[in-house]
Design a protein around this ligand. Structure first.
Ligand code: ASP
Length: 323
């Protein structure tokens, strides 16, 4: 077992979907919480950056932005920021969103030529009267805010795209590489929770396609009285179930973060006709007490957590037991 011992590992099977939990989330809990950050996948450099901020009295929003920026700047990551795999026409387009403890949020979709989509999303939140900017408008806004244009299609991603074009077969790929979308949640010393999500979306998507990641409530949701959740994987399935909002609402009803993620995954896999065996979705969640958890459809998903005990990547529990 390399998962956190504090994640409840028993009793989940006995929790039917219809079981009513009477332990509703206590909003008057005055206990203190140690800061911590969690992220989808094995992204220890990103969680380290976020930890440096929250462990030295910084706020969770700065931690989220700067943590996500680490992966956006990493050319070797082919699903976030620079180096992201393009759509089928060869365009790298980024989606991102961010949400703070007041419930403010900002989002960018179909952003081209600017690698720090998370920072543009934060600027949308802080400097405009809007929540979401798309395409050319998002890019124009970013440039007006001082962001530099750059070519996001690296040689490696271009080569992979050219190879893909030989057959042009489009299938959602499970656990495509070492990580997909980076979703991050943090709680700071003031017990304020923020979250962010940044991605280049599905590789070889149709031009114009936008997934769950920049959609508040689907890719990310924060309610500072309860907690936060973030998603990765096949965005269409997350969108259809408004996944992150669902996870937070389940935590409000008293479910632990892991239980809430599990029930949200079950919403996807138990839909009539679901072909869940062919795709991956994973959630991570954090509640106001500083408890964390994750759950995915397939084996292979993981969550990185940096807290006062260290920076550790944990395999996620999952639904689809093969064989
Ligand atoms: N959720 C992202 C999307 O559908 C992709 C991913 O997490 O890999 O755009």
């Amino acid at each position: 077992m390399n998962r956190r011992s504090f994640i409840k590992s028993t009793g989940i099977a006995s929790l039917g979907l219809s079981l009513k939990i009477d332990k509703t989330f206590s909003q008057s809990d005055n206990s203190s919480v140690d800061p911590l950050v969690i992220a989808t996948w094995d992204v220890k450099k990103a969680t380290k950056k976020a930890w440096e901020i929250i462990s030295s009295n910084g706020n969770s929003l700065d931690a989220i932005e700067q943590g996500c920026m680490i992966e956006e700047a990493n050319k070797d990551g082919q699903s976030v920021g620079i180096g992201g795999l393009p759509d089928r026409e060869g365009n790298v387009t980024l989606d991102a969103c961010i949400m703070d403890h007041y419930g403010n949020c900002g989002s960018v979709v179909y952003l081209k030529d600017i690698k720090h989509a998370i920072s543009v999303a934060r600027m949308v939140m802080e400097k405009t009267p809007h929540v979401m900017l798309a395409g050319d408008g998002a890019k124009k806004f970013a440039i007006s805010m001082g962001f530099k244009k750059e070519n996001l299609l690296t040689e490696k991603s271009k080569k992979d795209w050219i190879k893909w074009k030989e057959n042009e077969e489009y299938n959602p790929i499970i656990n495509i590489e070492n990580h997909d979308t980076i979703g991050m949640l943090a709680i700071d010393k003031n017990k304020n929770i923020s979250g962010g999500c940044t991605t280049s979306g599905l590789a070889y998507k149709m031009q114009g396609r936008v997934g769950d990641s920049p959609i508040i409530g689907s890719g990310l949701f924060i309610d500072n009285e309860v907690g936060g959740a973030v998603a990765t994987g096949l965005g269409e399935e997350v969108l259809k179930t408004v996944g992150s909002f669902l996870v937070v609402e389940l935590m409000r009803q008293g479910y632990s973060p892991e239980e809430a993620c599990k029930i949200a995954i079950e919403r996807i896999v138990k839909k009539p006709g679901s072909n869940y065996k062919n795709f991956q979705v994973g959630y991570i969640a954090l509640n106001k007490k500083g408890e964390t958890g994750s759950y995915s459809i397939q084996n292979g998903f993981s969550m990185t957590q940096y807290d006062k005990t260290g920076n550790v990547n944990y395999d996620s529990p999952y639904f689809h037991k093969q064989g």
